[in-house]
Design a protein around this ligand. Sequence first.
Ligand SMILES: [Cu+2]
Length: 174
Amino acid sequence: MKTALILAAGAITTLAMCAPAFAHIVLQTKEAQVGAAYRAVLVVGHGCGEDATTGVRVQVPEGLYNVKPMPKDGWTIETVTGPYDTPFENHGTQLTEGVKEISWTGGNLPNDFFDEFTFRGTLGGQLEEGSTLFFPVIQTCGSKEDAWIDQSGDHDAEFPAPAITLTPAAGHAH
Ligand SMILES: [Cu+2]
C-alpha cells in the first residue's frame, strides 16, 4: 500500500508538468475543410490545477456558421447569439446571425478524468485555406478560472486557445 501511494504521488508530479499531447483543452479534430461541416469536440484534459472543472465557455470564431451545441447530461447549455460579419447561405436562406458563444455549466469534472464538449457548424466558403481559426475557451473550476485564449500559435504557450487549420474546399484544384 505504501508503494502504491508513492507511485501515485509520482504520477501527480508528472501530470502537473502538463504534457500537451493529452492535457490542456484542445479540439479533437485540428483540420477542417473550407465550406464543409465541422464537428468540434473540445477535449478537457484536466482541471484548473487540480480543481474540478465546473464550467466551459467557448467563443465561436467568425466564419463558423449555424452552430449548434450537443446536449450533455449533467451540464446546462447556454448560447449567446450575435450578427455574422459575412452572412451565410444555408440551403437558400440567408443567415445573418447565429451562435457566437456556448457555455456548459453546472457540471463537475474531476481533474482525474477527461470529458468532451461537442458542437457543430459549417465553415464559410469565403474562408482562406491554410488559415487558422481559434476557439478561445474559459475553463471555470468553482471560483477559479483558466483562460485558454493565447492565439500566438506558440507551442510552448501556457494556455493556448484551441484551434483548427483550414484545408482546401472540396473540388478545389491544386
Ligand atoms: Cu494542459
